[in-house]
Write a protein that binds this ligand. Structure first.
Ligand SMILES: [Zn+2]
Length: 426
């Protein structure tokens, strides 16, 4: 039994407390205290449901030099995540039930965050032949996606949505038109021209989202079950507007945004530092502001990390040759707690929802609220400020575009079903 004393609670329903939370048998037993062997002083901290990340690249199998299940899932619990969806663009891609099962079993044995693998939508993520969705789901896959690649063939995406619909599986898309995106390494526009770097235009994302929404309309019309489209790492104002319109029209679409698109802009590329190279690229301030509005008005359902670890040697190549991607599992919540809630007054209740019930809804999971009887998958967050230090990351990617930023809201205790999986109490 664990007792967390004098702690404020925050979940998608709101804030309350301070209360004394008694945890045992994997559940919240009481919000009115009680006897426990272990007592944690929660004064000044707040307790939230464990976070769910819809989008993380853990690189196993095949690129364990960048990250593996152990380092990735340890980074997850240190970031307050109790549940995580791994992307299937590994080497080889996760496109068979055996591969899904192997990941699930290995992750379970580690006893850190719970792994919910995404499986490839097409064999080898080649965009041609659909994977066996039913068998993948039986093995534990919660989402189908060719993320890392774009779905160039609209017919294949339509068939994928039709196949996944009766299973209730969402299909997630990396929405960039490959032709418009070309070899862009940063946002297309005056700054890219000035720096002499190839640009990836906002229209590449918007055009692809517009097409995918039409594909969804078609699938919806042709399927007795509801097909569900999830737009990954939305980065543009125009893309956001398209999703907003579609939602208003009742289309079954959901969307996520990343910590980097919410806190950084293309201006960071002035340094020519490949740390800031990511796909889709960091955009302009207007796009960033639009995303913040989308978080508030419900156009965006979730904040998802797109945690994309690489070796430092690769990431230190020049901007044209370095790989795309930013690791963020360990800083995502403190970053947004500080930059959005503390600095801009973004409601804490909604921020926590974007890490918990929001992504849970995308996967069709029930909400997780802090009540007696609720599963004790929880995170204790400490508002005390400290700087980001990638040298202390559990992730193998020990670099960060936020190095030195002073943040509050660090996870100091993470529990999965009542078990302590991360502890950094003072
Ligand atoms: Zn992607």
């Amino acid at each position: 039994m664990i007792l967390i004393r004098n702690v404020r609670l925050v979940d998608a329903m709101g804030e309350r407390g301070p209360l004394d939370v008694l945890i045992g048998e994997g559940r919240i037993l009481s919000l009115e205290g009680g006897e426990a062997k272990r007592v944690v002083d929660g004064t000044g901290c707040f307790l939230a449901p464990g976070f769910l990340d819809l989008h993380a690249h853990l690189r196993e199998p095949g690129e364990e030099v960048k990250e593996d299940l152990f380092s990735g899932l340890l980074a997850a619990v240190r970031g307050g995540y109790t549940d995580l969806v791994s992307m299937p663009n590994t080497k080889p891609p996760v496109d068979t039930p055996e591969a899904v099962r192997a990941l699930k079993e290995k992750a379970k044995a580690l006893g850190l965050a719970r792994l919910h693998p995404a499986a490839a939508l097409t064999l080898g993520q080649e965009g041609k032949t659909l994977t066996p969705a039913g068998l993948l789901q039986e093995a534990g896959a919660v989402l189908l996606t060719d993320d890392g690649r774009t779905n160039e063939d609209a017919g294949v995406l339509a068939a994928g949505l039709l196949m996944a619909a009766p299973l209730g599986l969402p299909v997630a898309v990396h929405a960039e038109d490959a032709g418009l995106r070309r070899n862009g390494v940063m946002n297309d526009g005056p700054l890219a021209d000035l720096l002499g770097l190839p640009g990836n235009p906002t229209e590449a994302e918007a055009a692809r989202i517009a097409r995918d929404l039409e594909v969804l309309r078609y699938a919806l019309r042709r399927s007795p079950a509801t097909p569900r489209l999830h737009v990954q790492h939305l980065s543009t104002k125009r893309g956001l507007e398209l999703v907003r319109e579609a939602k208003r029209a009742g289309l079954p679409v959901t969307a996520e945004a990343t910590p980097h698109h919410l806190t950084l802009t293309e201006e960071a590329l002035r340094t020519f530092d490949p740390l800031f190279k990511v796909a889709p690229p960091l955009r302009g301030e207007e796009d960033r502001e639009a995303l913040l509005e989308g978080l508030l008005d419900g156009t965006l359902d979730a904040i998802a990390t797109d945690h994309a670890p690489h070796t430092l040697a690769e990431k230190e190549k020049d901007l044209l040759r370095a790989p795309f991607g930013i690791p963020s599992l360990e800083v995502a919540f403190p970053l947004l707690y500080t930059e959005l809630h503390l600095k801009r007054g973004f409601p804490l209740r909604r921020l926590v929802e974007l890490f918990t019930d929001g992504p849970r809804r995308v996967l069709g999971l029930p909400p997780l609220h802090l009540e007696e009887g609720t599963e004790a998958s929880l995170v204790l967050l400490d508002p005390k400020e400290r700087p980001v230090d990638p040298q202390g990351f559990a992730s193998k990617a020990r670099f960060s575009p936020w190095t030195g930023w002073r943040l509050g809201g660090w996870p100091v205790l993470t529990l999965v079903e009542g078990r302590i999986v991360h502890e950094a109490l003072e």
